[in-house]
Design a protein around this ligand. Sequence first.
Ligand code: SF4
Ligand code: SF4
Ligand code: SF4
Length: 280
Amino acid sequence: MCEFCTKHGEGKKWYLQVKNYTDELLHEDISASKKDTIKATSRLEWTNRFWQAFMMPAISGLSSQVRPFAAETLEEEMVEHFGQVLPIEDVERVIELVDSITRFPCGCRFITTGKTDKRYCFGIATDKWGGLGRFPDSASSLEVLSKEEAKKIFRKYDEEGLMHSIWTGVTPYIVGICNCDRDCAAYRGYIEKTGTPSFFRAEYICQVDWDLCTGCKSCMSQCQFGAQFYSSALCKVHIDPNRCFGCGVCRTACPEGAITLLPRKDILEVAELWLKNAPG
Ligand code: SF4
Ligand code: SF4
Ligand code: SF4
């Protein structure tokens, strides 16, 4: 299990621990060092700034003068706003846990493409405390979804090859689940430019069963992490465990059911590989 599970999971995966979604945690006093790192006095204040500076521009099309994130180092990012890749099964487990799911336009895609109507972000439990009500101009861009509606949309994104990730707003409080590709600012900085990591790899990893693989290559167009290699000699696809982030979207594309998601802890070679970027 990753560092967040150890610190915040109490025996479960950290994002399956209900207390990490609660109002109590949102309103809990935070330490002086955390306040200094996030440049806010509480999680609620941080969340309001996040909404104002990162999400509202994606709705209004107007860039914000406010800086959404204060953290600069990896350690600070892990305190302020950090993510983890999730396969679709765990997305659905999270949806079952929470009591409010709101879909809204994607802040990253506004930054990277200028588009304001790309609703790939899902706020979790956001509406419980009326946060969105503070920004009445945003109402027309928000969709409050039922669990079934949310699951259906996530399944569709999974088929399209968008990898899912879950994010904190002052760790371990959880603010949302995202659906990303290279238009994601976090992905670009970390994966494409091999910069500072901003999310953990999943608690899982994918493997191909060569007895089932027909070499059709359908899976290869889905991988955002360059983890798949095709052997013309064998007519098989191989997944490099050192590159695989365990998102599972390749598995969804395989018509033969040849790709399996395994617990990361069972693959010794990568059992503790959470942050390092793929080699060159
Ligand atoms: S993490 Fe993904 S879905 Fe979330 S804001 Fe960035 S690109 Fe959009
Ligand atoms: S090989 Fe790994 S990282 Fe690539 S799509 Fe499959 S599960 Fe995701
Ligand atoms: S989609 Fe499945 S059968 Fe086709 S190459 Fe990939 S693993 Fe093999």
